[in-house]
Design a protein around this ligand. Structure first.
Ligand code: HEC
Length: 217
């Protein structure tokens, strides 16, 4: 799909990839150090190529609980949305407490670093590439409400990703949808009602159904 999600993905991956690289580097250093130690001590292990049975004795199988803790994605069809619910009013209090610091009290963003979250203009057309005064927001560019849950729960607040409970996340999503004039202030957002929300930007995107060929890049 040629969507903003793609762009988001790329931006997100950059940071994560950096972390992964660091983690791998640490692991390599650790393995390297362990290898040297074994060699120095003359512990009977081959100096190169690892132990004969191919087992390094590192790590342990992930438990079902550990896997579940990582398995948090919510897709466009709402798969993965947990039980729980939230309201714009509860979200407003949470936003002031946990989000306004970076995104501004009214979700107006700050500089180039902290994205604007609230804003519906332009209500028609797709002038983002031509007119820099239009900034992509949840109200004018985000195609699915369900992936807003996914993103907020997975990645925000920036300094403590994954710390929001389902109820808190539903409330923050409800607040953002309300302030973007997408749901009424009285709405209750849960897995069912969130899936029913149609985003203003939904039809601004088309599914990329290309399957290769010279024009495919
Ligand atoms: C410490 C600063 C900080 C705090 C606090 C913070 N954010 Fe963010 N937020 C960011 C940054 C930086 C990005 C851009 C991340 C990126 O592009 O990879 C972002 C991106 C987002 C986006 C995606 C916007 C877009 O158009 O791409 C949403 C939605 C969002 N934040 C919601 C929240 C919510 C809800 C909270 C409170 C629970 C929150 N943020 C708290 C810094 C923050």
């Amino acid at each position: 799909m040629s969507t903003r999600r793609g762009v988001r993905g790329v931006r997100g991956v950059r940071g994560v990839a950096g972390l992964r690289w660091t983690a791998s580097a640490v692991l390599l250093l650790t393995v390297g150090a362990a290898g040297c130690g074994a060699g120095d001590a003359g512990g009977g292990r081959p100096a190169r190529g690892g132990p004969p049975d191919g087992q390094f004795g590192l790590g342990q199988p992930a438990s079902a609980q550990q896997v579940a803790a990582w398995d948090i994605d919510v897709d466009t069809l709402g798969h993965g949305l947990p039980a729980g619910s939230g309201t714009p009013a509860r979200g407003a209090a949470l936003f002031a407490q946990k989000c306004a610091l970076c995104h501004g009290a009214n979700g107006e963003g700050a500089g180039n670093l902290y994205p604007k979250l609230i804003g519906r203009e332009p209500r028609t057309g797709f002038p983002f590439g031509q007119d820099p005064k239009y900034v992509a927001t949840i109200g004018n560019y985000w195609p699915y409400a369900t992936t807003l849950y996914d993103y907020v729960h997975r990645a925000m607040p920036f300094v403590a990703p994954g710390s929001l409970t389902p109820d808190e996340t539903y409330s923050l999503v409800a607040f953002l949808l309300w302030r973007n004039e997408i749901i009424p202030e009285t709405a209750v957002i849960d897995a069912r009602t969130l899936l029913a929300v149609r985003m203003p930007a939904h039809d601004r995107f088309v599914r990329d159904d290309r399957r290769g060929g010279p024009e495919f890049r």
